[in-house]
Design a protein around this ligand. Sequence first.
Ligand SMILES: Cc1cc2nc3c(=O)[nH]c(=O)nc-3n(C[C@H](O)[C@H](O)[C@H](O)COP(=O)(O)OP(=O)(O)OC[C@H]3O[C@@H](n4cnc5c(N)ncnc54)[C@H](O)[C@@H]3O)c2cc1C
Length: 442
Amino acid sequence: MYDPLTSKTIPAFHEAGMATYWQAVTPFPDSDSVALPAQADVVVIGAGYTGLNAAATLAKEYNKQVVLLEAGSIGAGASSRNAGFLLPGTGRLGFQDYRNKYGVDVAQAVQNEFAASIAHVHEAIDHSEYHCDFTHARYLRIAHNAKAAQLLQQQQPAYQPTLLDAEWLTADSLKQQIQGLPWGHGGLALTPAAALNPRALTAVYLEQAKAAGVSIVTGHPVTHWQALGDGTHELEAAGSTIRCQQVLVCTNGYLPAQPFADISQRQFPVLSSILVSRPLNAVEQQMLGLTVNDLVMDTRLLKYYYRLLPDGRILFGGRGAVRGQDADSGKQRQRLERALVQTFPQLEGLYADYFWSGWISVALDSMPRVFSPSPGVFTSAGYCGAGVAFASLAGKRLAQLAAGETLPALPFYQTPLPKYPMPQFRRVALRGLYQWQRWFGS
Ligand SMILES: Cc1cc2nc3c(=O)[nH]c(=O)nc-3n(C[C@H](O)[C@H](O)[C@H](O)COP(=O)(O)OP(=O)(O)OC[C@H]3O[C@@H](n4cnc5c(N)ncnc54)[C@H](O)[C@@H]3O)c2cc1C
């Protein structure tokens, strides 16, 4: 699999041959890829949730001539291969973290922006022919030990003045609702949240971008970028060049080392992997007690996440391999299968029909950013594996920033992503973390 940390450039159609469950169940509309024009007002790089939203907003609301350049097909990155948890949050910081660092008012405003990100996605689906199997759900943070339970429970009252609802579920009530859950320490249920088909959501945004008049060019990895003396930019992709006033880099965890080296050193591409089982029969489903309205994530340092899909399959995800070249190995698949059985011993021997991986972007301080790293260049990244809702809204915010608007005064819109101090050691640190987790557990 393509590896952003070791590849200088991203190959065209890097995602080819990596089948996902979503691909099997979601026919995709033709993207009508055009030849690369010589000029545009704005070039958006990357056709995932961020890029498609940014491109559509600039074309529709600011009348810009927008060209969207994508290395692979539409949604070649994480946007078509994630777990479809539409979560009221992003990054790895919780309410307490924001409150401790920025004060209670900012922490509440942040939660309200997260609620707005869910509403943004909901509205897009409402106006589309794709229903995306959108199902209102609750986001269940399940405590894996007593200490984690205490921390989770302490958070609950803090949500009261926000647009999010938080309900503390005791160990008993949780066990009554979801009999198959592994731990008996309780959990926090957050709403609004939703379960959806992530690939269909990409189709929704593609439809919007096309309707707004965005020119879409697929199979064109951007390999060179130059800021010219007159304030314009020149980009090279698949042997052709394009000039523009502004460049929006919407590549998140898939950004290779070049040509945006500065941005690439501000994030850490990490693999996340997913298994999808065969459909469970009625008895198996009853044993677990999970419903399609439960989006579950545990509190371990290296978390596992799972949900029941509308056709009765279990989707189970967690950390992937360290290197791209090991992403699809049998060893990785078996590791995740073992984690599934440790979580649900009732499912011992269950065969997984699908297994795949994708790159997430981890920010040094666990908080994504929408920012401008240099004149005329704008980017949004660092969602830390929680970007279905937020990347969609961040794409719109990025477009607003490029159009000269002032963004809401929230921490992730005010500063750039911090640089990793010794970026060449990012992978060594990850290996160390995984090893530590193997030896000492959570
Ligand atoms: C396995 C997995 C499970 C996940 N589950 C969830 C979940 O349940 N809920 C949640 O909220 N989040 C989840 N996420 C995270 C979420 O999918 C991402 O945060 C979100 O999709 C990011 O969208 P994006 O548009 O910024 O980036 P991406 O969708 O990754 O798109 C980046 C695009 O940039 C293109 N690109 C890169 N470099 C270049 C270049 N030089 N030239 C041209 N194109 C380029 C790539 O081909 C790619 O299509 C998951 C991620 C993974 C990998």
